[in-house]
Design a protein around this ligand. Sequence first.
Ligand code: SF4
Length: 420
Amino acid sequence: MNTYIEKFDNTIQNSFFTKLPLKEQEFIREKSLQLKFSHQELKQIIDMARDLSMWNEKSIINLFDEHTQKKVVFTRLRKAYEEIRSKPNSYENFELKNIPTEQKYTFKTEPKEGFGLGLCPVASEKTRCCNLLTLDAVESCGFDCSYCSIQSFYNQNTITFDSGFADKLKNLNLDQNKTYHIGTGQSSDSLMWGNREGILDALFEFARENPNVILEFKTKSDNIKYFLENPVPKNILCTYSLNTTTIIQNEEHLAASLDKRINAARKLADCGVKVGFHFHPIVEYENYLHEYQEVYEQLTVKFQPEEVALVSFGTLTFIKPVIKQLREREFRSKITQMPFENASGKSSYPDATKVEMFKHAYESFAPWHSGDKDDVFFYLCMEEHEMWAKTFGYQYATNNDFEQAMLSAYSQKIGQEYLI
Ligand code: SF4
């Protein structure tokens, strides 16, 4: 047996080779036997081929150069791939594939070890962070956002409720002389399950019993029935993750449409619930600034600053497990088709792109940060310290300073004393 064929077969074992179209498999095998790519080169070629098909771009076969020297061929291939990766995305002729049209999952309720309350799973000292405490009321989410890092934590098809959740919440012993900021919506969407297993009963009671807790429900769902039918404690915030319709239709599968989210937030504000908006991730693609502008303007028209506690901005950051998980899926997404730069150990856009999108966003909300007492609290999520000064013209020296500024702003907005 030709040793290179053995090497080739070994390399393709733990790769996405068999997920490539047969034509591409044959082509890569033939080129490898001819040019003798190394283990690493072959792995990269297979990943590149996988990405190009996920992005709905041309096949890797069309990127190969006819040169006879391996080094030249691989260098030119890498360059051609990077050019496609870095060009501004367009969703114009993008065809979705294998996108779920309905939510299919099973529910499980079981006693869970421990209590899902802890520091925000994506917080880091390398980024300026708000010290949010996250509460996992439910495990796994019924929506399917392609960029979501949570998907790498849980089994997507099983939604798990903790049968001991309400009791654990009731027995949580917090310092009554301190203001806490606790958020649900990291391990699953906060509202899409309604009051299943009594989770909203438990959370509302927790808020009533602990007025020093600012409890944030983060969501992409318009399932607000429970909020409209029950008195909502004033220390509850309902915050919507929003995006342009282009990104919602192509990358946030099964989640509510933009209009449904904004209308739901409007109905909640009409009931006196303080709302908020998260633009995370802001995604760069052709004409994106214009499309985001339209969303920002809609909000400043439909909401008064006194009704809105916060607006946050963030963008795509990828860890390797999520990129691997995306390559494993048989679907189409353009979410990783972007110029990657290292951002605190994760992959994200170059700083210049971030400054462009964040400054544009902040300036679009000028009416909500005019120096008035009802100003909305703006912040960057998961961004490096310096990005704040480049975006807002100021930055916090520590995460605690950031947290204090945030919680005193939220406390003022809900008409409550801030307890440090
Ligand atoms: S800034 Fe974002 S990532 Fe950091 S702790 Fe707050 S919510 Fe989590």
